[in-house]
Design a protein around this ligand. Structure first.
Ligand code: BTN
Length: 331
């Protein structure tokens, strides 16, 4: 496991934004209000995590970021400092589930943690399902944080995450995904991204939340991945207009996710709901809603103020949370 160091990430951020990628030792320590010794240690951490940093008579130069796209201090340096300055990014080779590791790290007192894994051996999906997470096939990560929302607005966390993924994939790779309520992302009708939010709730507040995001980038190799097949799935790799850099994609998603939630905290979710309704391909469709008690069919006519799905059924309008939806026609 490798983890980010906030000072190294801050230096990475400054060097990436520096004119000609170069700063003097003194200007780095002044810009970050830290000692020269701290700067030197931070530079060492960056070098260990694959940054090509050279000391020249003109200053400290950043030649290139790490080749490894989930190098933790690199991902940290891509995140906005005002929100993620204290975040610790952990990158593991293999884990049962990034959700569980994020939870453990949270128990140890960390309030903002991001956990990546190259592969998951027990990837968790919604409603107790498994999430196939083969090495080399996708982006698998969880973020543990305290959403700035009251407990009654928990569903908005799911909607914000879906919008953040949709907008990030569009901005970075020009791939337009559709959102199936509440937070499945589809490409040409096949699922490319699943999102699972698990939260601890207090009397009024959300105490903490672990949002796990899995994005299919390339299909599993049926030979190397021992017959792994994803049904009704798709992947974004071929459609993307550039090679997918998982660290940049995750940073873009996280930055957008937290911005959407902050906005929801200040306007009661109005802007988020407006954008979500405009992006949600479930609205207006005939759908089946699969609940623990059975299946209900009807027409999806709205998304309520707390993010619930409103269904027009033979027996009148019904509202649903935390259920699965199947579109009657392909998205
Ligand atoms: C779903 O659509 O059922 C949700 C899938 C969520 C998968 C992600 S991958 C990263 C994180 N770790 C897990 O074990 N699950 C989530």
């Amino acid at each position: 496991m490798k983890k980010s160091d906030p000072i190294a990430a801050a230096i990475g951020r400054v060097l990436s934004g520096a004119k000609e990628g170069r700063r003097s030792l003194r200007s780095l320590s002044e810009a970050l209000s830290i000692s020269d010794q701290d700067v030197c240690e931070g530079l060492e951490t960056l070098s260990e995590q694959g940054f090509d940093i050279r000391k020249t008579p003109e200053g400290i130069e950043l030649h290139s970021p790490p080749e490894y796209d989930l190098a933790p201090s690199y991902v940290a340096s891509l995140l906005p400092e005002d929100v993620f300055g204290d975040a610790i990014i952990h990158t593991y080779d293999t884990l049962p589930s990034t959700q569980d590791t994020a939870k453990e790290l949270g128990r140890n007192g960390n309030r903002l943690v991001v956990v990546f894994a190259e592969e998951q051996t027990k990837g968790k999906g919604r409603r107790g399902r498994r999430w196939l997470s083969c090495r080399g096939c996708g982006l698998f990560f969880s973020v543990l944080f305290k959403p700035p929302l009251p407990a009654c607005k928990l569903q908005l966390v799911n909607l914000a995450a879906a919008l953040a993924v949709k907008d990030a994939v569009s901005a970075l790779y020009s791939v337009e995904l559709s959102v199936k309520w509440p937070n499945d992302l589809l490409y040409k009708g096949g699922k490319v991204c699943g999102i699972l939010s698990e939260a601890s709730i207090g009397a009024r507040d959300i105490l903490d939340c672990r949002t796990g995001i899995g994005i299919n980038i390339v299909p599993p190799d049926p030979v190397a991945d021992e017959g792994a097949v994803l049904f009704n799935a798709n992947h974004i790799g071929e459609a993307a207009n550039a090679p997918v850099h998982r660290g940049r994609l995750a940073a873009e998603i996280l930055a957008r996710y937290f911005r959407l939630l902050d906005q929801a905290a200040s306007d009661g979710g109005q802007t988020l709901l407006y954008s979500y309704r405009a992006s949600c391909s479930t609205l207006g469709r005939d759908v089946s809603v699969i609940t623990d008690e059975g299946t209900v069919t009807g027409k999806a006519v709205g998304i309520g103020e707390d993010g619930e799905l409103l269904l027009e059924t033979e027996g009148g309008e019904m509202a649903f949370n935390a259920v699965d939806v199947v579109h009657a026609t392909p998205s």
